[in-house]
Design a protein around this ligand. Sequence first.
Ligand code: ZN
Ligand code: ZN
Length: 226
Amino acid sequence: MFLFDAHVHTAESSKCAKWSGAEAAEAYMRKGYSGIIITDHYINGNTRADRTAPWEEQVAVATAGYKAAKARGDEIGLKVFFGIEAATDGVEFLTYGLDEEWLLAHPESAQLPMKEYLALVHSEGAFVVHAHPFRRSRHLRCMHLIPGGVDAVEIVNFGNLDVDNNLAKVYAEAYDLPMTAGSDAHNFGDIRDFVMGTETPIESVADYIEQVKQGSLILPSAELKA
Ligand SMILES: [Zn+2]
Ligand SMILES: [Zn+2]
């Protein structure tokens, strides 16, 4: 089995992360992972970018952690791919299949309300996973569910409590949505022995998306999260 994590943050790009992209790549390699997707907080989330800077500079900050992780990964043999964790209307969406070129051409992507964001990225062929849909916010925000607007649900998030993950699994099953898991790692202490497994190594973001759709990922059980 090949180990994979599709929800990882880096300090270059996410304000809340503590480890660098290179440190994250090395830590996943040491744990025996085959690959990871760097999903830093996008410009509409907890980004390290200065939102008053020119858009090109903001995108450079948003992709810096991925580039550092990819460079180190290429040296040591860990596959590193690009994604973003966008935040709109209080909901976070792991968005896969976009690249830096696309972000540069779409500054409006960081300003859109939820439905418009989902419509835009879907029109570009992106794949959207609702991250930790039942995580309780410190800010007393409502939980938003949009089963017709996402392609999959993150049913195990290691930053969540069990009850939140269990509800996410019920939600995904009820709407027949594909399921994923993610460490949501921000630092060395967040790295897990097992997040997801695959029978064949994931060679690209498209490959990952295909495995999610096929339901061929090996997931930790929501109940066993802790
Ligand atoms: Zn964060
Ligand atoms: Zn996250």
